[in-house]
Design a protein around this ligand. Sequence first.
Ligand SMILES: [Zn+2]
Length: 74
Amino acid sequence: MRRDKYLCQPCLSKGRVMPAIAVDHIVPRAEGGTDGDENLQAICKTCHKLKTENESKRARAKLRARGRGQNFPA
Ligand SMILES: [Zn+2]
């Protein structure tokens, strides 16, 4: 979070400045991502929701029993 200046990185790359509320895994743990800094980014509520929905869709396709996405409080 400190490295990313508490700003949402996906929004920033689209030219929007949004305060981040969570730390997100760029590559989800479920898909082989690590907990290393290079795989973490600060994201805002909107991006987190979108990403979690997409990831849980993919995860469900792979593993039906899997439920909600994870939250990473800032
Ligand atoms: Zn965002």
